[in-house]
Design a protein around this ligand. Structure first.
Ligand SMILES: [Zn+2]
Length: 243
């Protein structure tokens, strides 16, 4: 039996650090889909490892791709977690739909890039828990405290599926379209080479102001405070950070 953490190389056994272990995914379908932002190649995957059964999360992460990304470096990538409330039903409590659409528009404008759509509703706690948290927020808790009152983590998202999809697609390094430094750290820990960050600054309405405030103050998101006042006229994309 080979010790997976052994440095000794015996035969074809390979040393694999915990950081590069991925969930196992298989590609199940692929087709070009026209969207109102432009055409994307949609690649559907299936997670082969067990998901937490009580959260009813979908096992089908999706990549939508513009341009030729195989073997490329500095590919603009949005790692986006499912938000059925805003993306399907138009909920105004968060800025997820605007961020997804801004990323699609920017990727289409650049002619290259990927949205990796991860099926972890409600920052990974599932739809039912998300709506339970909304009920607590109606009583005055913010998004972080509501999760804690339910005995749930502030953020249960994982990015292993994103790393696995990037590997499958042959992407060598990325520019992450995000305001969340924890996401950059999480991807780097999984072995993804993140060469820079492209901020995704979208205007939001008053219903999402509290959520953005909590993201900025309590979850380290890099967001200018003026966005909470819904005064940014258009999505803003800046040059990648030098840091
Ligand atoms: Zn959302």
């Amino acid at each position: 039996m080979t010790n997976p953490f052994s440095h000794s190389k015996q035969g074809s056994a390979m040393y694999v650090t915990p950081q590069v272990i991925r969930p196992r995914l298989e590609e199940t379908a692929r087709a070009v889909v026209p969207t109102r932002f432009g055409s994307f190649e949609m690649v559907v995957f299936r997670t082969l490892d067990a998901l937490p059964g009580d959260l009813a999360l979908s096992p089908e992460p999706v990549a939508i791709i513009a341009g030729d990304v195989h073997g490329k470096r500095n590919v603009p990538v949005r790692v986006h977690s499912e938000c059925i409330t805003s993306e399907v039903f138009g909920s105004l409590k968060c800025d997820c739909k605007q961020q997804l659409e801004a990323a699609q528009a920017e990727i289409a404008r650049r002619g290259t890039g990927i949205v990796l759509y991860l099926r972890q509703e409600g920052r990974g706690i599932g739809l039912a828990n998300k709506i339970r948290a909304y009920a607590l927020q109606q009583e005055g808790a913010d998004t972080v405290d509501a999760n804690r009152l339910l005995g749930l983590p502030d953020d249960a998202r994982t990015y292993g599926a994103a790393a696995a999809m990037l590997e499958h697609l042959g992407v060598r390094s990325i520019q992450l379209m995000s305001n969340n430094p924890d996401k950059i750290d999480g991807l780097r820990e999984l072995g993804v080479e993140v060469e820079g960050r492209i901020p995704v600054l979208v205007p939001v309405g008053p219903h999402a102001a509290d959520y953005l405030h909590a993201k900025r103050k309590r979850m380290r998101h890099i967001l200018p405070s003026h966005l909470e006042a819904a005064c940014a006229p258009e999505p803003v994309f800046c040059a990648p950070d030098a840091e």
